[in-house]
Design a protein around this ligand. Structure first.
Ligand code: ZN
Length: 206
């Protein structure tokens, strides 16, 4: 299990990696990790994930009060929605990555299963991806919408906004975010192609 110092480094390393691969731009997207004692480390408001300082990450109590560091991202209600609803959640990643955001704007997506099962990996890592109705970024309402789905879904597309995922480790959440972006890319590029979907039995087996 990581110490707080290791987790601070891990968040910054992942932020830089996500930024350098174009999965986040400018001061968008945010990351958080829940520590063993229940406190949460989150990326500060209005910072670029590519240039995070481990010492300035926001440290929040389990109730969301700022303990130390810079003021947190305004999107903390969504992160805490996952931590409240999933006792094993240890990391949350939210990005405005291109294909996930494009798919989140789709007018005809299935809101309880936005990514059709065409590869085993997306089924294993993401399960069924929910679509969360639009609400203003950072609003308590958006946090409520995420909380309403977090008991069943660990991966979601926020309508007209981006993606959010949680994992049982911070790294697991980061991997899930990458998988969701790649799955959204396949879904968008594959539109109109005669795709073979995994059978219901194959999905069940996974
Ligand atoms: Zn956002």
């Amino acid at each position: 299990m990581s110490s707080e110092a290791d987790m601070r480094e891990e968040i910054c390393r992942w932020g830089r990696s996500l930024f350098e691969r174009g999965l986040t731009t400018g001061p968008t997207g945010n990351l958080s990790a829940r520590l063993e004692d229940g406190a949460v480390l989150a990326t500060p408001t209005n910072v670029c994930l590519g240039f995070l300082d481990p010492a300035r990450l926001s440290k929040l109590s389990a109730g969301g009060a700022l303990i130390s560091g810079d003021p947190p991202t305004r999107e903390t209600p969504m992160h805490f929605a996952f931590y409240r609803m999933r006792s094993h959640a240890r990391g949350v990643v939210h990005l405005h990555s291109t294909y996930a955001t494009l798919l989140s704007c789709s007018a005809d997506a299935d809101e309880s299963n936005a990514i059709a099962p065409i590869t085993p990996y997306s089924v294993m890592r993401l399960g069924r991806v929910a679509i969360v109705p639009y609400a203003r970024p950072g609003s308590a309402e958006l946090g409520t919408f995420v909380a309403e789905r977090a008991g069943v879904h660990s991966a979601m597309l926020l309508a007209n906004h981006g993606l959010i995922v949680c994992g049982n480790s911070f790294e697991g959440a980061a991997f899930a975010a990458e998988e969701l972006e790649e799955s959204a890319k396949l879904a968008v590029i594959g539109r109109g192609l005669p795709l073979r979907h995994l059978s219901a039995e194959a999905v069940e087996e996974l």
